[in-house]
Design a protein around this ligand. Structure first.
Ligand code: PMV
Length: 307
């Protein structure tokens, strides 16, 4: 008998505004869901192995026990956690998110797959736990922020092990995401910070605490609509992440040119080493986006809407 999957499920992508890496070590972080991140559609294929196709990410995999591809292993972990099927389905993914770029692509996949297996009425906690079984394949110590935001959407203050807090604010905050096109491994970046912390705890621990304080200051800035402070926090956060060793000369050069083109504040977002930058643009983000596109980048606008 083929075990069931629901027909369709969605999950958000995410951007981390402040607090990446520090969040792994217990500090607060602030992240926003990117709506319409990934949609999965399942159709029965009796007797055949489960196949996963996500053309935008060049993924075309059979989810069989001997497949060593990390995406296949992560998906099998999620389906196993959910007591889901082992054969009999084709799963097709539709997404506009870049992959492996710090926009939460792996968490979106794990969350959407958990929803396909557990259904739309499953509690969010259960979806997040199931999806973390997949995320642990990509790096062994995920804080859980990506998975939580992929499931919840919205603007969220996240502290590892504590209930997440939705941040409510008035108006909107425009942001621009700029993919660097440089691939990186979240696991390698997280390991680098852990090794630095082990080597120099008296220096690195306070640095992580300052990043946590920057998160709290960013929440205050958003709540009081103080975009000048938010821009300063973005710029400072980039320097702090750079001090942790997770920026690169290429990312720093891209950041300098985004600032020269008029952004108020710019930082790397996510694990660093490559991936994306996140900018707070001037009131009208269009000239910044056009100038970046002219230089061959593929920036996209994200608007945080208050509630
Ligand atoms: O998924 P990424 O590459 O955006 O990084 C996730 C954020 C980290 O803080 C670096 C890791 C984590 O588990 O929180």
């Amino acid at each position: 008998m083929t075990l069931p999957l629901y027909e369709r499920a969605e999950a958000c992508g995410k951007v981390i505004l402040v607090g990446e890496h520090a969040v792994v070590h217990g500090q607060p972080a602030l992240a926003a869901g990117l709506p319409g991140g990934l949609t999965l559609t399942a159709s029965p294929r009796p007797g055949a192995p489960i196949s996963l196709q996500i053309p935008a990410w060049d993924i075309d995999l059979q989810l069989t026990a001997d497949n060593e591809h990390p995406v296949a292993r992560a998906c099998l972990e999620v389906l196993g956690y959910c007591d889901g099927p082992v054969t009999g389905w084709t799963i097709l993914g539709d997404t506009g998110l870049p992959c492996q770029a710090g926009c939460g692509s792996s968490a979106a996949l794990s969350v959407a797959l958990a929803r396909l297996a557990l259904g739309p009425d499953a509690p969010q906690d259960e979806i997040v736990e199931a999806s973390l079984a997949g995320e642990r394949v990509f790096h062994d110590n995920p804080s859980g922020i990506d998975n939580l935001v992929a499931a919840s959407g919205g603007l969220v203050k996240f502290i590892r092990g504590a209930p997440p807090e939705s941040i409510h604010f008035k108006g909107s905050v425009p942001l621009v995401v700029i993919p660097s096109g440089i691939p990186r491994s979240t696991g390698a970046q997280v390991r680098k910070v852990r090794e630095f912390l082990t080597e120099l705890p008296s220096v690195v621990r306070p640095l992580l605490g300052v990043i946590g304080n920057a998160t709290l200051a960013a929440i205050e800035a958003i709540e009081s609509r103080n975009l000048k402070s938010l821009a300063a926090i973005f710029n400072l956060s980039h320097e702090l992440l750079s001090a942790l060793g997770v920026s690169t000369p290429a990312l720093d050069r891209l950041r300098d040119s985004v600032l020269e083109l008029g952004a108020r504040g710019v930082k790397l977002t996510g694990a660093g080493g490559g991936g994306c930058l996140l900018a707070l643009p001037p009131d009208d983000p269009r000239p910044l986006i056009a100038a970046l596109a002219e230089r061959g980048h593929a920036p996209f606008a994200v608007t945080l809407r208050g509630s």
